[in-house]
Write a protein that binds this ligand. Structure first.
Ligand SMILES: NC(=O)c1ccc[n+]([C@@H]2O[C@H](COP(=O)([O-])OP(=O)(O)OC[C@H]3O[C@@H](n4cnc5c(N)ncnc54)[C@H](O)[C@@H]3O)[C@@H](O)[C@H]2O)c1
Ligand SMILES: O=C(O)C1=N[C@H](C(=O)O)CCC1
Length: 264
């Protein structure tokens, strides 16, 4: 039986790729495409909006159709609504929206007591693999003589609303845990003085239509290692999210991540 999937934020940049890839995947069935009622394309056919032709699925606010999983790529308020929808429908939730406030995060953790939730700032295979590599690097370099300076650069499209990216913040958390770092700073200006070793600095670049790129630098005295992971388009995130929906549907309640989905 195909997994019945609903998409929240279906007219967005990511929502459109989920519709386009989802409608070609025989192991799932798209059953609902949710959008904010104020969206200029609200009520239109989601397939036409995504550029794949009429699917007979309109951009709607609610449905009586049952679904096994809901995927959210929207905005913090939309994410909040997706959690409520998932709990009410007893469906799995794939939470991909970034820039969430603490209250939204608490709501997601609470939902994981009653439904399966896959929650990740990046659904990309190569990003999640790079996170593993950074954990190895952090562990190996934590006590290196002279210290290792960690800086995280991220580049995204000009329309991105949150900064730094959720992915950059997750890279920082994972490395900080391995290296025992507690100080996180965002950019530098003025005369901050010599760089202390016990900080991670984030730098966010916003240009054009960049679908996402992260570079993690471990700078030592005498040598440097940089890990870069780069998306060519958004399909790496969309296909990861569809895989996560199939993974989570029917699982027991709990919080899962993309390592669980991808077997990393
Ligand atoms: N986890 C990942 O792999 C990953 C990948 C890409 C983007 N993202 C995140 O996904 C989010 C969306 O990115 P995007 O580029 O598609 O943004 P976007 O602005 O193109 O799309 C967001 C969509 O959500 C809709 N929306 C707003 N309020 C809503 C509501 N209450 N209910 C339902 N829909 C609502 C908007 O109308 C819009 O169509 C961002 O937070 C981004 O950082 C995560
Ligand atoms: O396009 C975006 O917005 C992206 N956001 C994610 C983040 O904030 O980490 C990841 C990839 C693209």
């Amino acid at each position: 039986m195909p997994t019945k999937v609903a998409i929240n934020g279906a007219a967005g940049r990511m929502g459109q790729r989920l519709v386009a890839l989802g409608c070609q995947d025989e192991s799932l069935e798209l059953v609902a495409c949710f959008e904010y009622t104020g969206h200029p394309k609200f009520g239109k056919d989601a397939g036409e909006v995504a550029g794949v032709g009429e699917l007979g699925l309109h951009l709607i606010e609610k449905t009586d159709e049952p679904y096994d999983a809901i995927i959210d790529f929207s905005v913090p308020e939309g994410a909040h609504a997706a959690v409520e929808r998932a709990v009410a429908a007893k469906a799995a939730l794939v939470m991909a929206t970034t820039g969430l406030e603490d209250e939204h995060k608490a709501k997601i953790r609470e939902a994981a007591n009653v439904i399966p939730v896959v929650w990740a700032p990046s659904m990309s295979t190569t990003v999640n693999l790079t996170m593993k590599l950074c954990e190895i690097a952090g562990e190996a370099l934590k006590d290196i003589p002279g210290g290792a300076d960690v800086e995280i650069l991220e580049r995204h499209h000009r329309f991105k609303e949150d900064s730094p990216s959720g992915t950059a913040l997750r890279f920082g958390e994972l490395i900080a845990d391995k290296m025992g770092i507690t100080r996180h700073i965002h950019g530098r200006e003025g005369r901050p003085g010599a760089r202390p070793h016990d900080e991670i600095a984030y730098h966010a670049i916003r240009t054009g239509d960049n679908p996402g790129e992260h570079t993690i630098i471990f700078g030592l005295l005498g040598e440097t290692i940089e890990l870069t992971v780069r998306a060519s388009n958004r399909d790496c995130y969309a296909s990861g999210a569809l895989q996560a929906a199939k993974f989570a549907a029917g699982k027991k309640p709990g919080l899962y991540n993309m390592n669980d989905v991808l077997g990393l």
